[in-house]
Design a binder for this molecule. Sequence first.
Ligand code: HEC
Length: 125
Amino acid sequence: MTGSPPTAGATAGLIAQGARIFFQETFGGNGRTCGTCHPAEADFTLTPEFIAALPADDPLFVAELNPDLAGLENPDLMRSRALILENIDGFDQPPVFRGVPHIFDLAFTAPSAGAATSQISATLP
Ligand code: HEC
């Protein structure tokens, strides 16, 4: 980590706003939040063990709970391997199964990864 700790009021406010969006905002969708698949209490990822401990009405299970959304997931693969069906290649392409990555590496994997990588490279001997 570089920079100062987020002590300024404005920064703390933005962090709180981000947390609210991440853990509470459903974007008018199917009831899931970002935290549904990236739960903080499981290091922002999903495992079969974590899924097995969720209540039956958890929004993660919308494909099982709402017949209109039956094709959204493969419940067997989600429960046994924590695999999520994703439209990574566009909605006109077949969906693919993906595990849920934690989000601790965003400085390296997000679109701004190049900047972070350059910054780190510059500090390496
Ligand atoms: C239905 C489950 C699900 C939900 C809901 C979800 N994600 Fe994800 N997320 C995934 C999966 C699966 C991947 C991996 C995709 C891949 O392999 O390309 C992923 C990948 C990511 C990544 C990339 C992490 C990395 O290191 O590359 C980020 C960041 C992320 N999600 C943020 C979010 C945010 C922000 C939201 C809410 C707007 C959200 N996710 C909602 C399942 C989910």
